[in-house]
Design a protein around this ligand. Structure first.
Ligand code: ADP
Ligand code: MG
Length: 247
């Protein structure tokens, strides 16, 4: 249970001389919900983009179960087992929730020959399973383009899960949502972790949500790791309090 799934070492990312990440080490444990917090501009999104292969680190190493991910294109990173939930881009707005999940499953199966395997569940079973774990069964017939932010985010989760990832990356999954939508998205993250054993690394502006959800929290500040540990220890860390109160 305490096996390291993803290990990032010495991650540096420079943008034209500006150092957004300055030597970050981070281990994500298999089966954990790991929260990444820090003030605006701390480097959280840059870090997620580096892990997902959208940005190439200037320096450093990233390994998933020992296999290096650095230099792989985003779709290759997905195939290795690291999925990220994107904004609306991966959703077809004119199709229903059900059709969107089915399309994502077929796209993934195209890469893997999944449906040719004798023991594989049918496309319909797999679609319904993903809708269920993402709390989307009641919304299955709705047109994706008409979903509210919280429902759309849960559809993004379902689409990301279609690639059967080992690790799900989420960058501010509840941004711009109402409190009830946020609660539902938070509950879905907990459910994915509890029921599927999904490992999740996520960033969030709402630090109370992170402290209430994550088993482990890393705090970034000015591109460096400021603190890390169990939520209670991180919350009471004097440096963390200073950064947030002084922010
Ligand atoms: P966070 O997500 O923690 O708010 P970001 O990772 O988005 O922070 O940004 C970290 C720093 O890197 C910020 O100062 C931001 O302006 C800078 N930055 C991010 N992306 C770029 C880019 N493509 N070009 C130049 N600077 C960038
Ligand atoms: Mg960000």
């Amino acid at each position: 249970m305490n096996e390291t799934l993803l290990s990032a070492r010495g991650i540096v990312k420079r943008f034209a001389g500006f150092c957004a990440l300055d030597g970050v080490d981070l281990d994500v444990t298999q089966g954990a919900i790991h929260g990444l917090i820090g003030p605006n501009g701390a480097g959280k999104s840059t870090f997620i983009n580096v892990l997902a292969g959208q940005l190439r680190p200037s320096e450093g190493q990233i390994r998933l179960r020992g296999d290096s991910l650095v230099g792989l294109a985003p779709h290759e990173v997905v195939r290795r087992g690291v999925a990220r939930s994107f904004q609306i881009t991966s959703i077809f707005p004119g199709y229903t929730v059900y059709q969107n999940v089915q399309i994502a499953l077929m796209a993934h199966a195209g890469h893997c020959g999944h449906w040719l395997r004798p023991a594989a569940p049918t496309l319909r079973e797999e679609t319904e399973r993903l809708l269920e774990t993402s709390n989307l069964l009641p919304d299955r017939a709705r047109v994706a383009g008409e979903l509210a932010a919280g429902d759309r985010k849960r559809l993004e989760f379902a689409i990301s899960l279609a690639s059967q990832p080992a690790l799900l990356l989420l960058d501010e999954p509840t941004a711009g949502m109402s409190p009830s939508e946020r609660a539902m998205v938070t509950e879905t993250i907990l459910r994915l972790n509890r029921e599927l054993g999904m490992t999740v690394l996520f960033t969030e502006h709402d630090i109370e949500m992170v402290f209430g959800t994550a088993q482990r929290v890393t705090v970034l500040h000015q591109g460096r790791k400021l603190a890390e540990g169990a939520p209670r220890a991180v919350r009471s860390d004097a440096r963390v309090q200073e950064v947030y109160l002084g922010g």
